[in-house]
Design a protein around this ligand. Sequence first.
Ligand code: PMP
Length: 287
Amino acid sequence: MSRVAYVNGTYRPHGQATVHVEDRGFQFADGVYEVWSIFDGRMADFDGHMTRLARSLTELRISIPMTRQALTQVLKETIRRNRVRNGIVYLQVTRGTARRDHPFPAEGTPPSVIVTARSIDPNKSEAVAAKGVAVITQPDIRWGRCDIKTVGLLPNVLAKQAARERGAYECWMVDEMGLVTEGSSTNAWIVDENGKLRTRDTQANILKGITRTALMALIADQDVELDERPFSVDEAKRAREAFFTAAGAFVMPAVSIDGVRIGDGKPGPITTKLRTLYLDQARDEAV
Ligand code: PMP
């Protein structure tokens, strides 16, 4: 089945879908993105991602490219044309194409919009989650506005590559106090020594994950205390359980950190329960 991408108003074969050499996304990473998980052809946490997209655009003063209704239509059509039942849909909006100059282009320059979608085998992701994955840690070298979901992801790319080269799945980034900020493309959580769920507060320089927010609402109904507070790498290594959240990864158990085994080295009971709760709700509420 051939893939199709949406680029600035047209659907093109994936291999021929291109943007201009002077697109500001390409030249300056001057753009933002969102990713939705797809269950049975429908998008999970739809409103959360849409709302964050609008916020990212507003923070960067990139104009809203089209109405929410039209954008929803494009996302759905891209999913449909690619025949994705389970997978992800990716949306990128940049400040558009203009002669390469740092200042914003002329008022009225249309933003660029691209959408792609791809299938992911749910059985494969479940097999990974059933075993749990390894995490490494590295210093967080990113800029001061990680609350905005920009396509400027070079530090995240380097962190993820470092993880891969050490046989790990994710890299947790660490601030100068030794506290974990977040993963290279995920939010970091532990069940600490006292059995409390911990994840860093979003006053810190991190992305407010939509999966994180959705999970927090579910946790409120569970018999476990949530402490929205940073934790150190040492605390993480002594934790009973560890996991991370993101669209696509859902709730992914981490069973080692920098080679140190977490708990008994298997996905913990709270993590496993939260994964099921999240997946059930995401599936039910997908649109
Ligand atoms: N932190 C970072 C740095 C990310 O890139 C992502 C995923 N894009 C997340 C956290 C998780 O966010 P979400 O749950 O909205 O996918």
